[in-house]
Design a protein. Structure first.
Length: 184
């Protein structure tokens, strides 16, 4: 937990990155499909690298931070795939959906591994739930239009970024480490 508190800024950086990506996807109406896929690839690579660095800074190293390490590896791999094939194909859409489900489960596992229930834990767990939901939505809507997929991913990134940013600032102020049921 101490390493997580010391690395609050990494979490905040991931949140800001997600918010910027989400806003770009939602409001940049003239973005081409190729530009979006490249932007998405950049987002997941940077987010993945942030997860890997956070895992390596864990109190017991990568062993304690294995969910974040694995999440980061999956994200970086997907980003590279997006850069190699900058178009949305059924295969890429399936990979993005699978990425959402896998990283969401790993985010939930990372939240559960925190030593005590706290608001930070809940923010992290809800960010994982949002990742699983986007994956399930994308799997359930394979014939959705490209514009809908872009907006849906943008909305997801905005929600995810807000939750991650909230967790980071709760850690920074020390309020996120207080047990939820602790007397005030």
């Amino acid at each position: 937990m101490d390493a997580l508190i010391r690395s609050w800024w990494l979490l905040a950086l991931r949140g800001v990155l997600a918010l910027v990506f989400g806003l770009a996807a939602i409001f940049h109406t003239r973005i081409t499909l190729g530009e979006f896929v490249l932007l998405f690839g950049l987002y997941v690579v940077l987010d993945g690298l942030g997860s890997i660095v956070s895992a390596m800074r864990a109190d017991d190293g990568a062993l304690a931070g294995w969910p974040l390490l694995l999440e980061g590896g999956v994200s970086v791999a997907l980003g590279v795939i997006a850069w190699v094939s900058p178009r949305i194909s059924p295969t890429l859409l399936f990979l993005i959906a699978t990425w959402g489900i896998i990283t969401g489960i790993l985010e939930i596992v990372a939240a559960v591994k925190l030593p005590q229930p706290s608001t930070t834990q809940w923010c992290l767990a809800l960010s994982g739930v949002s990742s699983v939901l986007i994956g399930m939505l994308l799997l359930g809507l394979p014939a959705a239009g490209v514009a809908s997929i872009i907006r849906l991913l943008g909305l997801y990134a905005f929600v995810f970024g807000g939750l991650i940013l909230a967790a980071a600032f709760r850690l920074r102020t020390g309020r996120g480490t207080v047990p939820l049921l602790a007397p005030r």
